[in-house]
Write a protein that binds this ligand. Structure first.
Ligand SMILES: CSCCC(=O)C(=O)COP(=O)(O)O
Ligand code: MG
Length: 231
């Protein structure tokens, strides 16, 4: 069995992502694009955004488009890649550390110690995921994970993304337990054959998602309540 986990709303609070990480990236974007916009790894993503918007856009317009995407919480692969590069400076300067719920940090460590393999699937880019788990309030947790997946494998609400993750991990989908706070992501994982658990934290979701709202997924409020045994 392998446990695949989401980040925002699952291991970590939605408010940290929305109130700390996103505003930091929004503020830093103009200076970041001016300073590094000609580096190939940055240009590639700026050009991808420009191409989607009719190709001929100035960098100032691309910055406005990206800031609009942040405001709408778009899970856009180019935006996520650029955000990851910007957050790197924030972690290096100790402007913030990544929030992780204490129950999640403790349970991830326990599963790892018990020999249960762990992997991450988040809309945040893989470099952003590694930065995140490398700088959590509970220390550097990167060594706990053996797989990292972002939307380059596909959207989190598409069953095909979970089939591809299972293929890359070399495991049958039924051998993987996916944890997320978003029922549509869990629906897609279940369609691909994965086991699922809805993480329904009161801090992030004041109204419990009970009955039909849980879409038939196992529902827990903390990581230490997750049942890792097949039903
Ligand atoms: C990798 S940390 C930043 C999180 C982020 O940008 C995001 O969109 C989180 O989405 P998730 O899929 O983890 O709910
Ligand atoms: Mg989430």
């Amino acid at each position: 069995m392998l446990i695949l986990t989401d980040i925002e709303g699952t291991t970590s609070s939605i408010s940290f992502v929305k109130d700390v990480l996103f505003p930091y990236a929004r503020r830093a974007l103009p200076a970041f694009v001016r300073a590094r916009g000609q580096e190939p790894e940055v240009r590639r993503w700026l050009d991808a955004v420009a191409t989607e918007h009719g190709a001929v856009c100035s960098d100032a317009v691309i910055v406005e488009i990206l800031q609009g995407m942040i405001d709408e919480d778009r899970k856009h692969t180019a935006l996520k890649a650029l955000q990851g590069m910007i957050w790197s400076d924030g972690y290096d300067n100790a402007d913030f550390s990544a929030h992780i719920y204490p129950d999640a940090a403790a349970q991830l460590r326990d599963w790892h110690a018990a020999g249960i393999p762990l992997a991450v699937y988040s809309s945040g880019s893989v470099p952003a995921q590694k930065l995140f788990f490398g700088h959590t309030d509970a220390g550097d947790l990167t060594a706990l994970f053996e797989g990292w997946f972002d939307t380059e494998v596909g959207h989190k609400r598409d069953a095909g993304s979970y089939r591809e993750i299972a293929r890359r991990l070399g495991r049958p989908a039924g051998d993987i337990l996916f944890l997320s706070d978003v029922v549509e992501e869990l629906d897609a994982a279940r369609e691909a054959g994965m086991r699922t658990a809805l993480i329904d934290r009161r801090e992030d979701y004041p109204q419990p998602r009970l009955g039909d709202a849980a879409h038939g997924h196992a529902r827990v409020e903390r990581f230490d309540a997750i049942d890792t045994e097949p039903a």
